[in-house]
Design a protein around this ligand. Structure first.
Ligand SMILES: Cc1ncc(C[n+]2csc(CCOP(=O)(O)OP(=O)(O)O)c2C)c(N)n1
Length: 357
């Protein structure tokens, strides 16, 4: 399946570091078109939060293909037995359209696919060893991966200086033009909503940790135009550090990632996070981002933001901020309306500009 995807110009395949990230990327891509995730049932647990807090509330057209290990006694390895028994009850509990295909037959597979809706979440459960004679694709390994991003800058972060979160967000939002802005769960979304709501803002009020992945999906589906600005928290970024590698490999030159580091989980009461020892900018460089810096190096937040918008991405700006909470109202646009207005805005722009913005 993967070889077929990779062999075809009609598909764009992103290998995710885990199933949660896969759901996040597919959710972002599904703003433009139906997207697919392929996973083994061992990964259902990883996938559930993205499905229940992002894909379902926002009504996104994602189809999840799950290979059902632990289904038969001949596949009864201890590590698959419990997941094998839980797979169908979990899918049924989600209460989404699903189909199964346990027979090695192309016709049976096509029949199962055809029963699934194309415009919302659905699940296709497959035996793990389906095979039929068909076109032979070159092995996935023989396909060239995108060229490795070369590191454009490798700064030394300075420990000094914590900015005010409100100033930082206001400065970023002032500089944004036509880009899609994706904000992380909690206060960051609420503050951005209060400061400058716009149709191209997507507030991920659930799916903590999937902010960068969702943005990568949007960026990939719209072929890097108009670009994305990710506003992430340190807790959220730490949750899925592995996605730095995927963003570094597949993010476009207009992929801009800001990590607002208050060294805490501010939104749930200010509990300390483990970001104190972490340099997100060095991590980003090590993962392969083209550029990354700590805002303290620039002396002012204006200069730091100017740098971020001018540099070739994928780029990351780490901003250390003072821990502060404020009484900002919740985002009062429902998740599916947030996606709908973004989709409309991107479609309109593309039609007017003939695909080039
Ligand atoms: C998977 C998941 N785990 C936990 C939560 C609860 N939660 C919501 S916001 C938040 C804190 C986010 O911390 P951070 O990304 O550092 O942003 P901050 O709140 O500091 O702005 C937590 C733990 C959640 N929404 N989803």
């Amino acid at each position: 399946l993967i070889a077929a995807w990779r062999a075809s110009d009609r598909w764009y395949h992103i290998p995710a570091v885990n199933e949660a990230e896969a759901i996040g990327v597919a959710a972002g891509a599904s703003v433009r078109q139906r997207s697919f995730v392929y996973l083994q049932n061992s990964g259902i647990g990883y996938a559930l939060d993205g499905l229940t807090s992002l894909v379902m509330p926002a009504d996104l057209p994602v189809t999840v293909l799950i290979s059902h290990r632990g289904l038969t006694s001949s596949d009864a390895l201890p590590q698959h037995t419990v997941a094998g028994q839980l797979t169908m009850p979990v899918i049924k509990a989600l209460d989404v359209p699903y189909a199964t295909c346990y027979a090695s037959s192309r016709a049976a597979f096509n029949r199962a696919v055809d029963t699934l809706p194309v415009d919302r979440l659905s699940v296709l459960v497959l035996a793990p060893d389906l095979k039929w004679q068909g076109r032979v694709y070159p092995s996935a390994q023989s396909h060239a991966l995108p060229p490795r991003n070369s590191v454009a800058s490798s700064p030394t972060p300075s420990a000094s200086g914590r900015f005010e979160q409100g100033d930082v967000l206001a400065t970023i939002l002032k500089r944004v033009s036509n880009q899609v802005v994706v904000t992380s769960t909690g206060y960051l979304s609420r503050q951005v909503f209060a400061l400058r709501d716009r149709v191209r803002n997507v507030y991920l009020t659930g799916s903590m940790g999937l902010t960068a992945s969702f943005a990568l999906g949007v960026d990939s589906a719209y072929e890097g135009m108009p670009g994305v600005v990710v506003i992430d928290g340190d807790g959220s970024a730490l949750m899925h550090l592995g996605s730095l590698a995927t963003v570094a490999t597949f993010g476009g030159s207009r992929y801009k990632h800001v990590v607002i580091d208050n060294n805490a989980y501010a939104s749930t009461g200010g509990q300390p996070s483990s970001s104190g020892s972490v340099s997100f900018s060095q991590l980003a460089i090590a993962a392969g981002y083209r550029a990354a810096a700590n805002a303290a190096e620039f002396g002012s937040i204006d200069r730091a933001v100017e740098w971020l918008f001018g540099v070739t991405g994928p780029a990351l700006l780490e901003v250390d901020v003072a821990l502060a909470t404020s009484d900002v109202p919740r985002v009062n646009i429902n998740p599916s309306d947030r996606v709908r207005r973004l989709r409309r805005s991107l479609q309109r722009k593309r039609r007017i500009a003939g695909g080039v913005e």
